[in-house]
Design a protein around this ligand. Sequence first.
Ligand code: HEC
Length: 201
Amino acid sequence: MLRRIKIFFIVFLLLLVGAILAALWLLPGTFSAKSTPPEWEVKAARFIRHLATPSHFLKMSNPVRFSPEILAEARHHFADHCATCHANDGSGKTHMGPNFYPPVPDLRNPAIQSMVDGELFYVIHYGIRFTGMPAWGKGLPQEDLESWKLVLLIRHFPNITPKEIAEMKHYNPLTREEREQQEALDQFLSGEDISPPEHHH
Ligand code: HEC
């Protein structure tokens, strides 16, 4: 009996040491966000996320009715809160967009457009854990109409016009340089400074 326990213990120790060595050999670099996930991983993650979305969300229809005013509101909201990562046209072609793991997807693509409204809403309201996508929803989901308006805009992305994209630029967060220029201009206009602001381009 004692001998059996001894053998069991030694085998257990050997397995443990083996597992630790394997982990040390395999682990280095595995948390780097520089690589891009392989196709199967993206598909699997999408499928699991679909399964993990509570079914009553999948069945929800957008409580906000489409109108040009609502769409304009959503464009301004998106330009201010989302475009830093997703770009005004939803393409994801931004400074940071491609550097996330997984990278920011092109919201005009079939992979996104084939998601049901409630699924898009769920992602915006609750975010996606372990990725760069934050949770934006405040309060109860049924009262989060701002996120529902963004769902309308995502549906509109495949047909967004250059004019709409140009207009969104006014609502993008300012860079440091733009802010300094704005402050200098404000000072100049309020008469605090007699020299006109420099223009950088
Ligand atoms: C800090 C960067 C960042 C910001 C800001 C951001 N997102 Fe994202 N978003 C991401 C990343 C990264 C992903 C990819 C996550 C993934 O594929 O798992 C993503 C994915 C998405 C998706 C696709 C979800 C899917 O299932 O593939 C939608 C829709 C989305 N974001 C909407 C928005 C909206 C609307 C806003 C603004 C309210 C926003 N995002 C702001 C980084 C961001």
